[in-house]
Design a protein. Structure first.
Length: 321
């Protein structure tokens, strides 16, 4: 679908209608149409996208900072450079998907707003996970119970890979990642939870994207258990999977009051569009990684259900290289 939209906008040169998006998320796109000369054109003739380096103290920098710190828990990470990103084809595809989900929920709410997980054997734990999901989405002031929600989500990577995502989207990732909690593209709303994926990169970076979880299914099954969801498709009638995780990466076996993170699994690239690229200053990443690892070890030592040595070594290799 994204390839078609690229062709469409290449030939028609139309201004993209972003009115379906909340006003808080339209700022960057409005700035492009207001002063496109301040944006750098990237890509090829057939695959054009734009980026703008953000300047501290400006409205766009403050918007980026609010999204990163207030909704992605990024206050402990130091941003050295920040860029707004606009890919007309990907944004258009995202808006089209938003409208599709909205229409389905309005036409058939019994199917597209179902909560069949409440009928499962571990329904109380799944309900707890779902309430954690609601807490995250309704922390964003633009979301309401009447409309499909939009979540700012984090993907950790290198700067080179981040630019590739801005150019072509997450299509390749949606095909390749079986993951602990189902097949799809993996994101988190906790920036520190993405440390293993960017902390050891030569140019550690984060892509903040807007995601459409739609009707999400809460996953509580351990990846090593008999009901593991590794490589499984998104549950029928749902648009995504959501899991609460411990620092070990596995879900808790019961509701906990200790530090938790999350994973959002998106099956289609049209459900997500990159919006911001952050280049992360590496000077405090080592200390953050060691603290992250320390919390992980402490939690794993509290129960026999974990293979402490193997899990800790695996995480340490990922974080510390």
């Amino acid at each position: 679908m994204a390839i078609f939209m690229i062709f469409f906008y290449k030939n028609l040169k139309l201004k993209l209608d972003t009115s379906a998006l909340p006003k808080e998320l339209r700022l960057f796109y409005a700035n492009y149409y207001k002063s496109s000369s301040s944006w750098t054109k990237e890509g090829t003739t057939d695959f054009t996208w734009y980026r703008k380096q953000l300047v501290p103290g400006t409205e766009m920098w403050e918007q980026m900072s609010a999204i990163f710190k207030d909704y992605c828990e990024g206050e402990e990470l130091i941003v050295s450079d920040a860029y707004a990103v606009y890919n007309p084809a990907l944004v258009s595809s995202f808006i089209a998907q938003l409208k599709i989900i909205k229409n389905r929920m309005e036409v058939d709410p019994v199917l597209f707003k179902q909560k069949s997980f409440l009928l499962e054997e571990n329904s109380s734990l799944k309900e707890w996970v779902y309430k954690k999901f609601e807490a995250r989405i309704y922390n964003c002031p633009w979301n309401s119970k009447d409309l499909p929600v939009i979540m700012p989500v984090v993907y950790g990577t290198s700067l080179t890979a981040a630019w590739k995502i801005c150019a072509t989207g997450f299509a390749n990732l949606s095909c390749n990642d079986d993951g602990f909690f189902g097949k799809g593209i993996y994101f988190t709303t906790y920036a520190i939870n993405a440390l293993p994926y960017f902390s050891t990169k030569e140019q550690p970076s984060i892509v903040i994207s807007y995601a459409l979880p739609g009707n999400t299914f809460p996953v509580t099954e351990n990846s090593q258990g008999p009901n593991s969801r590794i490589g499984t498709s998104i549950v029928g009638g749902y648009n995504s999977h959501y899991a609460v995780t411990l620092p070990s990466g596995e879900p808790p076996e019961e509701p906990v009051s200790t530090q938790i993170y999350d994973q959002l699994v998106i099956p289609q690239e049209a459900q997500v569009t990159p919006a911001i690229v952050l280049k992360i200053e590496p000077r405090n990443l080592s200390s953050l990684s060691r603290r992250f690892l320390s919390v992980n070890r402490r939690l794993m030592n509290q129960g026999d259900e974990y293979n402490t040595d193997n899990e800790a070594i695996s995480l340490e290799d990922s974080l510390l290289g």
